[in-house]
Design a protein around this ligand. Structure first.
Ligand SMILES: Cc1cc2nc3c(=O)[nH]c(=O)nc-3n(C[C@H](O)[C@H](O)[C@H](O)COP(=O)(O)OP(=O)(O)OC[C@H]3O[C@@H](n4cnc5c(N)ncnc54)[C@H](O)[C@@H]3O)c2cc1C
Length: 413
């Protein structure tokens, strides 16, 4: 294959945390959308499967292929931003941080974002990557248009005038084709105030309704042991952290509100407040339960984690996400309380993660496609009311299943 890849022939691809690796049959790094189309056409002619590697931050085997692996990092940059319509168009390989300055210069910003900003926008959209806030959707929920190279090798743009196709494309884990550009709904530039504090578990539960209703958004980490905070770089500034919650509350700040250096408080442009600093030493599972069942699920998780120590030493992260209509979205038709836990690399954390899965299944939990999970086809169809519609569109656009791999074929064939 032409379009020289950053992955030399015969070498192994490994994801960022190091729990997935494989050797693709071919690898290429196209520099233009037309080149992507040409590569897909040639792969189809040779009967090869095609998958894309973005920033490699997923924990699940959703990139793996023995066919053609594409690297779209050269297709990067915000192409246009329209302050009147609050829209931005970007190439698929644009990292999330690549939106910051181009949008801010137009008086715009991303509506919401997650804990890190190194993912490529197409990778983040493919798995419904989210931040927090019950009134804000994931990045998939703000996708208003997408250009895909489909299995026929054509560049096809799906926009709001094809709502069913768009609802399928918003969260597709790469199964409908190769995204080359995306159009996002964005918002007016805003500043954020972050207030961090340590609360007791009971205080969080008592103030849950206030946290949900009265702030722009919040997130928290419950720390099962004294050593847990350090695993996610959370600093208690000398205070005891075991069985406490590291609560982060966010509200919009006035344009002239200063950052006065108060401990635990930061005020800045939104995009300077969102990202956390992570080390790459955790393997994460993240499940989505109906928002109103969040406190009940948290209480059950605390009991399970205390009984599962030391396997469960990583913090329990809690966020919220707003509802959307995307067929495979974990937030389809319902706002979520999002619960994530991690296993320690190098230990057999599977019995613990299976116990988490068994517990949260009782709360009708849906999964994050990029994080460890135990979903079966039966559970997929019970939990995602439009899964069959997604599969029908997938089969229509890709009858030979060239964009499936073993992991995805087991669920979406
Ligand atoms: C440290 C860390 C922090 C994280 N924080 C969060 C968080 O706050 N919120 C959250 O929701 N998730 C979070 N995640 C998960 C992460 O956002 C998702 O796994 C996301 O998909 C990773 O994006 P990526 O660019 O690395 O994509 P990859 O992992 O490389 O790819 C993801 C999927 O998208 C497909 N894909 C990529 N590009 C294209 C394209 N152009 N066309 C078609 N398919 C494509 C890939 O084939 C793959 O199936 C975190 C992960 C890590 C490791």
């Amino acid at each position: 294959m032409s379009a020289e890849s950053s992955l030399p022939p015969g070498s192994r691809w490994t994801n960022w945390v190091g729990n997935q690796s494989f050797t693709p049959g071919h690898a290429a790094a196209p520099r233009a959308e037309s080149e992507v189309a040409e590569l897909v056409r040639r792969a189809a002619g040779q009967g090869l499967g095609v998958r894309v590697s973005a920033a490699r931050h997923s924990f699940t085997p959703i990139v793996e292929t023995d066919g053609l692996l594409l690297d779209l990092s050269a297709l990067s940059g915000v192409v246009s931003a329209d302050a009147g319509r609050r829209r931005a168009v970007a190439l698929a390989g644009t990292p999330i941080h690549g939106f910051y300055e181009p949008l801010w210069q137009q008086g715009l910003a991303l509506i919401n974002q997650g804990d890190i900003d190194t993912q490529q926008i197409a990778g983040a959209i493919a798995t419904a990557t989210h931040g927090s806030g019950p009134r804000f959707t994931s990045l998939s929920g703000v996708l208003r248009g997408v250009t895909l190279v489909t299995a026929s090798g054509e560049l096809r743009t799906i926009a709001e005038d094809e709502p069913e196709l768009l609802a399928a494309a918003q969260v597709a884990v790469g199964m409908l084709g190769v995204m080359t550009r995306v159009e996002l709904e964005v918002t007016a530039a805003y500043r954020l105030r972050e207030q961090v504090d340590l609360w007791s578990f009971d205080e969080v539960l008592e103030r849950w309704d206030e946290l949900v209703a009265e702030h722009r958004h919040f997130g928290l980490f419950w720390l099962p042991t004294e050593a847990s905070g350090a695993l996610y770089n959370l600093d208690g500034h000398g205070r005891p952290m075991a069985d406490r919650c590291y609560v982060k509350i966010y509200d919009e700040a006035a344009p002239d509100e200063p950052d006065d250096g108060t401990p635990g408080r930061r005020v800045d442009r939104c995009y300077r407040i969102y990202p956390m600093v992570y080390d790459a030493n955790f393997h994460e599972l993240e499940y989505f339960v109906p928002l109103e069942r969040g406190p009940e699920a948290m209480r059950a998780m605390r009991e399970l984690m205390l009984a599962s120590l030391p396997l469960s030493a990583f913090p329990l992260e809690i966020r919220t996400v707003g509802a959307d209509n995307a067929y495979l979205s974990p937030n389809h038709g319902r706002a979520s309380a999002v619960i994530s836990v991690s296993g320690q690399p190098g230990t057999d954390y599977w019995p613990y993660l299976r116990a988490v899965d068994a517990l949260l299944t009782q709360f009708d939990a849906r999964v994050h496609w990029g994080k460890l999970h135990f979903l079966t086809p039966e559970r997929l169809h019970a939990l995602y009311p439009r899964a069959q519609d997604f599969i029908a569109i997938r089969r229509e656009l890709d009858p030979q299943g060239m964009f499936l791999n073993a992991h995805l074929r087991a669920l979406f064939n």
